[in-house]
Structures are given as structure tokens and as C-alpha cells.
Design a protein. Structure first.
Length: 118
């Protein structure tokens, strides 16, 4: 199982980015009941959960700090999870990690840097 994030970069406050997490080694349809999550970690801070999506129902959850600004989604045909980030703030600056909870196993991507600065 491999998760590869992309889409990070430098953006001005108020801007938008879309992160992608491409999964390989399994297919979303092969794990019917799974959680896919985005976490982030800023320097000196603990890793925090940003958004979650349940594979079958599409149920989503968000951290209070990103509600109304971020949207998590998945494309089962592409085996990809996305995080659309709008109205970005400097405090959103962090390394963003994709996570897949497949049964009893947890898998992580390598992370992608998001920097929000003018």
C-alpha cells in the first residue's frame, strides 16, 4: 500500500489549493468500510486531524479550525482522496499528510508542504 500526496505549495492568504492523495496497492472498492483522513503538522506542533471521509457513505468530519473552508472528497474510480482548501490563512501552514485506515492497519503518505504567506 502506498499513498502519495501532491498539490502543496506557496499561496497567499485568501488563496486556494487542492491536495491530492493517490493510493496504490489496493483499491477503494476492496476495502468497503474505511476512513481516509488528512492530517497536518506545523513546526513545533503535534500532528492534528484536519478532515475525514468514510469510504462508503461519504460521511465527512472536519476540525473546527477548517470548517467552511476545507472540503474532503474521494474519487473511487481514480483511487484518490482530495482536500480542497479555500480562504487559506497563515496558520494553515504545515506539512499535510494523507492517511488511510484499512481494517486494523494505518497507512501514511510522505506529506506535502503547504505555506500560506504574503
Amino acid at each position: 500500500v502506498q499513498l502519495v500526496e501532491s498539490g502543496g505549495g506557496l499561496v497567499q492568504p485568501g488563496g486556494s489549493l487542492r491536495l491530492s492523495c493517490a493510493a496504490s496497492g489496493f483499491t477503494f472498492s476492496s476495502y468497503g468500510m474505511s476512513w481516509y483522513r488528512w492530517y497536518r503538522q506545523a513546526p513545533g506542533n503535534e500532528r492534528e486531524l484536519v478532515a475525514s471521509i468514510f469510504s462508503t457513505s461519504g460521511l465527512t468530519n472536519y476540525a473546527d479550525s477548517v470548517k467552511g473552508r476545507f472540503t474532503i472528497s474521494r474519487d473511487n474510480a481514480k483511487n484518490t482522496v482530495y482536500l480542497q482548501m479555500n480562504s487559506l490563512k497563515p496558520e494553515d501552514t504545515a506539512v499535510y499528510y494523507c492517511n488511510a485506515q484499512l481494517g486494523a492497519n494505518n497507512y501514511w503518505g510522505q506529506g506535502t508542504q503547504v505555506t500560506v504567506s504574503s
